[in-house]
Design a protein around this ligand. Sequence first.
Ligand code: DX5
Ligand code: ZN
Length: 220
Amino acid sequence: MKLSASVLAAPITGLERILPELNPSLVDYIHIDVMDGNFVPQISFGESITKEISHLTKIPLDVHLMVNTPEKEVPKYFSLRPEFITFHIETTDFSVRLAEQIRSQEIKVGVSLNPATPLSSIQYLLDYVDLVLIMTVDPGFYGQSFVKGGFKKIAEAKEMIGTRNILLEVDGGVGLNNIHKLNELGVDICVAGSAIFKNGEPNQNAKNLKKAMEVSFQVT
Ligand code: DX5
Ligand code: ZN
């Protein structure tokens, strides 16, 4: 299982120092939470900060768009060559066309859904995406608790994906206490914000999370 570090939980003024120090053998992706203050309550950052971030690290970018009308936003990220661009199913009526637009740029496309959004809403899209991102908190903030029912939904998503070549990613409330279970459920990528950037020791925290994936007890 791979780790995607959510820089939303990092001190923004420290990114210039923190990002180049992240160890690519511990942190597999840099997760960029783009928030518009409309689909979610907060505004975070957009394509210009994402571009700055891309200059500070060689770790591939995992762009998570929490914005309404993603059709307007998506093209702004093409030139940054992220590994993934993920949009929310709740934000568009044109998900097939949007997925095809992202894929036409040879960028992997992800679709995400909020905890209360049923898996059936993305069933039709499975022929068009490379990644399914299951939110295990309501999006908008880092440091929230993993939702009740999260494991069940992940298991159902895994079953729904079946043998398709689609990655399963989980975002929200991931930590030492649940990462082993997520690995057991067959999750491919875990996003971690506060669990990586707390205490100013991101590499050590990422190392502990990777260890905890393998064993069912907490690593200190
Ligand atoms: C929530 C964001 C997450 C968040 C994760 O809206 O999409 O990526 O930063 O933070 P933690 O791991 O602290 O829940
Ligand atoms: Zn996210």
